[in-house]
Design a binder for this molecule. Structure first.
Ligand code: NDP
Length: 604
């Protein structure tokens, strides 16, 4: 660990200054959905929609969402002997985020051995430490094939209505393809970041050139392919990319190589640390892959990450994964350990945490200075906030791209793009004329919009009560999975559960085990209905509200992590994870499953 000296007060002042500069009165309302006049941005550029007959049958389990959540639940149900499983997705295939996000350079930020689920079950070794998008998409297809999830799946299909038919004790599902079928059980798992957003920049509709969102990459325009063939149609094009988040960090180097000129419009710089990707060695992997290896790796990664929050400061932990996330955790733990146990007050730990964070960010800022040759550009690319205020990024070619003569950073000094005209993009009064605008402007998130709103339908439970009404004062669940009044419905998402953000699929790995276990119990016991009791739901929410910590801090630079800097209201405060950490939550769920008493659920 480096021992850096820094002027802490000056840095904290600078953080506050940069944050205030970026605050906007419209907060999360500054973004627009890809609907109405922006609907063309949402179209699927990857697969044509194939005509099919509507389905009107009955299935045992319908799952809405064909990403890792649906694939894992589907696989575990099949393993439990439940054959009648239908996955529904608006995409043309399985893959979820990896179906849509096929921008050039897309790769996993978390090590493949823990990020890609069911590797052991599918007997697959990822080729790289951080797999690229096409390999992850192929893996999703592999899971779909191995567990026979394609047979009954409905793709390019959006659920429009979902309600509980009390008389038949079935969920009724209608879709935009005319389907009208029933399911005994329903799962919902469409991911925390599945609804793309555009910045509501004045004049955005006036642009006469080409434009698209990164999650709908237009290879017909750029040339090339997600598999990495060069974008050969951009050599005479001037391109603007708006946004410098995790997506832009990955695709800017690819655009830099392909475009005649590239303008990168920045509002807040990302923190970009070393990635160090490399191929995985089959001989090394053969030693790793003893039975049960992936669960051991998952648990080890999560345990290391949690030690970041001081959960296991003194515990000796191997670090199997050794990546940027665990490195961060290791350093912080080392600093915390250096404080004698009797002096470990909350204040002292917080101070140590802050010092470690500043030291890390000073390294990240120095890295910018070492890599980027133009001093002005380098200054603009330095992130001035705590590392976990925004999504940490890891890349070995992003900063380097700003040394290319055709790449121009347009730093908007926290203000954002001012206007779009017929001919291009305006920032600080200057018009940059471009042929194409690429919006790397991100996605609406769960705690910004609420699940029913994001889903595009509002499930109606017993007595026709919409989920949005049940959640009028904020989310209410048992274990983040079951909702009282919504029998046989299972949520697969982060809120009120483990809320592990550093490796999202791990959340689903665990919830899929629980759901298959509960469904199996209902079916073998001959129960029609399983539902969380009102008391259990209330007790769970009380526990979270009493001990919970908000995700994202108001004093951070604004972004989706902290609801654009808006104080968390009572509704947002319900979006906690389990207060004692993800590993503790996973253990609780394991014990709960093992006990066989299904506390909090009622079968009937
Ligand atoms: P983000 O929301 O992180 O980034 C959006 C970008 O658009 C930000 O830089 C934002 O600036 C900028 N922006 C928005 N409005 C304007 C405006 N008016 N003018 C100029 N700039 C603007 O979206 P991403 O798609 O980059 O990433 C979303 C998430 O997806 C990540 O945080 C990560 O969780 C996940 N992801 C994961 C990857 C992986 O694991 N491999 C790769 C890519 C994404 P500002 O910061 O100021 O708001």
């Amino acid at each position: 660990m480096t021992t850096t000296t820094f002027d802490k007060e000056a840095i904290v002042r600078k953080y506050a200054y940069e944050r205030d500069k970026r605050l906007r009165p419209d907060g999360p309302d500054q973004y627009v959905r890809l609907t109405g006049r922006f609907a063309h941005y949402a179209q699927d550029p990857y697969m044509p929609i194939v005509e099919r007959e509507p389905v009107t049958d009955d299935v045992t389990f319908a799952f809405i969402g064909g990403g890792f959540a649906g694939l894992l639940v589907g696989a575990r149900l099949k393993q439990a002997g439940i054959e009648s499983v239908r996955i529904i997705d608006k995409a043309g295939d399985f893959g979820g985020t990896w179906y849509w996000n096929r921008y050039p350079g897309a790769m996993c930020d978390t090590a493949s051995l823990v990020y890609m689920p069911l590797l052991e079950e599918t007997d697959y070794m990822p080729t790289e430490k951080y797999a690229h998008g096409p390999e992850i998409l192929d893996h999703c297809r592999r899971i779909g094939k191995q567990f026979d999830l394609y047979t009954n799946a409905l793709f390019h299909t959006q659920v429009t209505d979902l309600w509980w038919d009390e008389e038949r004790r079935r969920w009724r599902i209608r879709t935009n393809r005319g389907d009208d079928f029933t399911a005994r059980f329903v799962g919902m798992g469409t991911g925390p970041l599945q609804v793309p957003k555009l910045p509501g920049i004045p004049g955005i509709e006036d642009f006469a050139g080409h434009s698209f969102h990164t999650s709908r990459w237009d290879y017909a325009y750029t040339g090339g392919s997600p598999e990495g063939s060069p974008m050969d149609r951009l050599a005479d094009k001037t391109v603007a990319i708006i946004g410098t988040g995790a997506t832009a960090v990955q695709c800017v180097p690819e655009l830099a190589r392909a475009c005649k000129e590239l303008y990168v419009f920045q509002r807040t710089p990302s923190s970009v640390d070393v990635r160090g990707n490399h191929p995985l060695d089959p001989a090394w992997f053969a030693k790793v892959a003893s039975p049960g290896w992936q669960q051991r790796w998952l648990d080890n990664f999560t345990a290391n990450w949690e030690a970041l929050a001081g959960v296991a400061v003194d515990e000796e932990l191997d670090d199997l994964v050794q990546d940027g996330w665990t490195d961060l955790a290791r350093r912080l733990r080392a600093i915390m350990r250096s404080i004698p146990p009797q002096e470990r007050s909350v204040e002292r730990m917080m101070e140590a945490f802050e010092d470690a964070d500043i030291a890390k960010m000073e390294e990240i800022r120095s890295r910018v200075g070492e890599i980027v040759s133009d001093p002005r550009t380098a200054e603009s690319l330095k992130p001035w906030y705590r590392q976990l205020c925004k999504r940490p990024c890891f890349h070995d070619e992003y900063l380097q791209a700003f040394n290319f003569p055709n790449v121009h950073l347009i730093d908007t000094d926290g203000k954002g793009v001012e206007r779009i005209t017929e001919r291009g993009v305006v920032a600080a009064g200057t018009l940059y004329e471009v042929d194409c605008i690429i919006y790397a402007s991100g996605f609406f998130v769960e705690f910004g919009t609420g699940l029913p709103e994001r889903a595009g339908y509002d499930p109606r439970g017993r007595g026709g009560t919409p989920l949005s009404a049940h959640w009028a004062d904020g989310m209410r669940t048992l274990h983040g999975i079951y909702v009282h009044g919504f029998p046989n419905l299972f949520l697969v998402q982060l809120g009120q559960g483990a809320a592990l953000a550093s490796n999202v699929p791990h959340n689903y790995v665990e919830s899929s085990k629980t759901i298959a276990h509960v469904v199996r119990h209902a079916l073998t016991g001959g129960f029609d209905v399983v539902e969380a009791t009102a008391q259990a739901e209330e007790a769970w929410v009380d526990l979270l509200v009493t001990h919970g910590r908000a995700f994202g801090s108001e004093d951070c630079t604004p972004g989706y992590y902290n609801n654009e800097g808006r104080p968390a209201g009572p509704k947002e405060r319900r979006n906690f994870g389990y207060p004692f950490g993800a590993m503790a939550f996973f253990r609780l769920m394991e014990d709960w499953r093992r006990s066989g008493s299904f506390d909090g659920l009622q079968f009937g």
